[in-house]
Design a protein around this ligand. Sequence first.
Ligand code: NAD
Ligand code: IPM
Ligand code: MN
Length: 362
Amino acid sequence: MRGAVNDTRGTLRVAVVRGDGIGPEVVEATLPLLEQAAGQEGTRLQVSELDWGSDRYLATGAVMPADAAEIVGGHDAVLFGAVGRPDVPAHVAVWGLILALRQQLDLYVNLRPVTSWPGIPGPLRDGSGVDFVVVRENTEGEYAGIGGRTHAGTIDEVAVEVAVHSRRAIERVARYAFDLARRRNGLVSLVTKSNASKYGYVLWDEVVAEVAADFDDVRYEAVFADAMAARMIERPRSLDVLLCSNLFGDILSDLGAPLQGGLGMAPSANLRPGGGAPGVFEPVHGSAPDIVGRGVANPIGCVLSGAMLLAENGLVEAPRALERAVAAAVADESARTPDLGGRGTTRTIAEAIGEALATAIV
Ligand code: NAD
Ligand code: IPM
Ligand code: MN
């Protein structure tokens, strides 16, 4: 935890990267709510705007500056919208920004809670009471960025993408997951494909079993990723902490989004537990080019990521108040955005959250 506001009075230095597509729309709706909630707990947000993203890339050739990690390091946290735009190759935009930040700041945990909300329709017959969290390894695996291509444009063209799984990275994220399960419902489900993979996921199984032995108060199981996808839909309430490699965590957290009401509802935090770097807090969704500029993006994933930002920085009441305010706001169908089946807008749902927040802390 960085910049802890122990006396509940102080200043939190927040770097804001609005980014591309609906990123700026959801951040615009979120920031005043974070300021309001933090203010109610006696904390002021000192916001620095960073113009990183695809516009910057098209203007300068770089999505973010070379000293980005240093700039971010002068803050307590980063609030991030989204990156990606149809006229910039997706891998250029994401490797230039969010993946670079995760690697350069060594944000080795990507925390993605999956929680259902009363009254929000989901795809399951009985989707109430879902409450689990994806702990995603965030620095390597299929996202190592190592590989190459040869015989370009010929029938013999080949691309190689190397997945890297190191004992060090597996062990540290596993310890985080077991520690979290201890404070939740006491079950870690490791997600691998150690039947098809002969090396990387076999190492995961071995290292995580070793870590499990240090947590005899936490139940532990290993589940194959394909079976886990089915279980998330069939028996989501049987889950507590899902410990995943980078790619499986990415895919399964989007699979978890409909259980929360949709991609617009899902929050996340990129963390370096133990300190040394500010966390980067971002909605799970991307830049949603299909709805950009229409004012209908659901800001709640971003708002809840902001709640995680406040909680990680030592605030207690403000994040809880934000969650209660979101629950109250979505209960009113008229304020909901279209993805939640409503006819409201980014602005109407943000206003409803703000109004609920004003009465949430006495
Ligand atoms: P996406 O999450 O942007 O969109 C998928 C679907 O969900 C779309 O139909 C979209 O309209 C809907 N959606 C997403 N967020 C929503 C919200 N807040 N409210 C209402 N509807 C919402 O995923 P995609 O279409 O696969 O990717 C689009 C771009 O975003 C690509 O360039 C991709 O690389 C990038 N991306 C970035 C991030 C990030 O910045 N962290 C994450 C995922 C994808
Ligand atoms: C996410 C996104 C990123 C990922 C993309 C933008 C590289 O999908 O944060 O879930 O795959 O991690
Ligand atoms: Mn994703």
